[in-house]
Design a protein around this ligand. Structure first.
Ligand code: PA5
Length: 445
């Protein structure tokens, strides 16, 4: 199992102070279970892992098979919760370089609909030219501008390049059961489609088809992913005592650190494959807790890379931070440092050592330095990077977020603040229905 260690947070906060959250954490966990807390119409993720049926996974795998058979490239079009989970899992498990090789056995997964960069989209359409590509159009609301815009371009290109009949085969929609433009298009065009349950918000949707279909297309084992999440669901169950519930302890510790003035949590990894797990985590915690003028600011760094950019700030900058380190115990491959007779680089003291041993010493050395520098550390240890443990990690963070948000006193399942920019953008673009807002915003320019 994944394990949590909070010992290195003590010093800045006390063990007693964390334990004092027991009643609050229990109440928060029970509110999730009983659906009595804020945002209780969005709790579909809570027992999602254990309620996923084999037949449902088989359906996803059947669609994945069709795209795998017919596509060299699959574009995942989505933004926020509609793409970060899939990307987090795929990048954590993928070989960093096979996408550059000619003889790939799995389709390359690329992303769109998560920005409005004209150059990005131009280059993407250029990359897809003459390639056998498919598209997964993922949008719960079915109306998100970034995704809809990219999908409009991709749909046309796919139809022009591959013909209408093949496009119908390799375009899949993941959206609401009834409403939204993505649903209307899917039904009208006859695309294969999957439903995002009403009661699962975007950032909690990685274990719905939103995450599962792209992960299966990329060639990874979704049964194992779900099995890992299911085991973590059990480990964080409502009847598990506080001291044994890792998600409750994580939630309590970060709330106590926040109360003590540590307003920024930096998620740290020592494995570049985890970069998008951090991106997914940032959205999960940022969008869930950043409201009512409160909430920890979730930041992330990739070490040791960012020790050479952010390391100085973390060591000696304002003391308002704590770190949560994801440490992967065992690598998937082994590589030792070779000996060199001339030893011009002076590295023979490392000869024969595994690269991971060097990485682990960087990790330990950094932990000690940062603790000395007044940065409390929480540590999450993953035995190795595979589907099963990634599934555990995702669910651990989801339930940790639910408990933590309730302890903080906010509704962790809404995101009212996200609408502000959209309203202004639509007003500036003269979207029909925004006439009043258009006038108002023009007068401010
Ligand atoms: O977590 C969320 O709810 C958001 O990040 C959404 O996932 C994101 O805004 C995309 O929305 P939609 O899936 O409706 O296109």
């Amino acid at each position: 199992m994944i394990t949590l260690n909070i010992e290195k947070a003590f010093g800045s906060i006390s063990e007693e102070a964390v334990n004092a959250y027991e009643a609050q954490a229990k109440a928060a966990r029970e509110a999730l279970e009983n659906g009595t807390g804020k945002g209780n119409d969005f709790l579909g993720w809570l027992h999602l892992p254990s309620s996923i049926r084999a037949t449902f996974l088989a359906d996803i795998k059947a669609t994945a098979h069709i795209l795998r058979e017919n596509c060299e490239v699959v574009v995942v079009a989505g933004i926020g919760g509609s793409y970060l989970g899939a990307r987090a899992v795929i990048e954590a498990l993928s070989n960093s370089f096979t996408w550059l090789q000619e003889d790939k056995k799995d389709p390359v997964v690329v992303y769109a609909g998560h920005n409005i960069g004209e150059d990005y989209l131009y280059e993407l359409t250029g990359f897809l030219k003459n390639k056998k590509f498919g598209v997964i159009n993922i949008s719960k609301s079915g109306t998100t501008t970034e995704t809809a815009l990219a999908f409009r371009l991709l749909k046309k290109q796919c139809e022009d390049q591959r013909g209408k009949e093949m496009a119908r085969k390799v375009i899949v929609a993941i959206t609401d059961a009834k409403k939204g433009a993505a649903r209307i298009t899917a039904d009208k065009e006859g695309y294969r489609s999957f439903v995002i349950p009403d009661n699962v918000g975007g950032r909690f949707s990685v274990l719905t088809p939103v995450g599962l279909l792209p992960v299966a297309i990329a060639g990874f084992d979704i049964e194992k992913l779900v099995a890992g999440a299911t085991d973590m669901e059990k480990a964080c169950g409502v009847n598990i005592p506080f001291a044994q519930n890792p998600a409750a302890i994580y939630a309590a510790t970060r709330n106590e650190l926040y109360k003590s003035g540590k307003k920024i949590e930096i998620l740290v990894n020592y494995n570049p494959k985890l970069h998008y797990v951090s991106e997914w985590w940032k959205q999960l915690y940022g969008e869930s807790e950043g409201k009512e003028n409160k909430g920890i600011f979730p930041a992330a760094v990739d070490f040791s890379t960012d020790l050479h950019s952010m390391g100085q700030w973390i060591q000696e900058g304002e003391r308002s931070i704590f770190e949560t380190v994801i440490s992967v115990e065992k690598t998937n491959h082994t590589l030792s440092v070779p000996s060199d007779e001339a030893n011009l680089d002076g590295l023979n003291f490392l000869a024969g050592k595994r690269v991971d041993e060097v990485n682990k010493m960087a990790e330990l050395g950094t932990q000690i330095a940062h603790i000395d520098g007044g940065v409390p550390n929480i540590r999450i240890v993953i035995p190795e990077l595979n589907e099963y443990y990634i599934g555990q990690l995702l669910y651990f963070f989801e339930i940790g977020c639910g408990i933590s948000g309730y302890i903080l006193g906010v509704n962790p399942f809404d995101q009212p603040g996200v609408e502000a920019y959209k309203k202004n953008m639509f007003a500036l673009l003269n979207k029909p229905g925004y006439e009043e807002e258009s006038k108002a915003i023009q007068s401010r320019l």
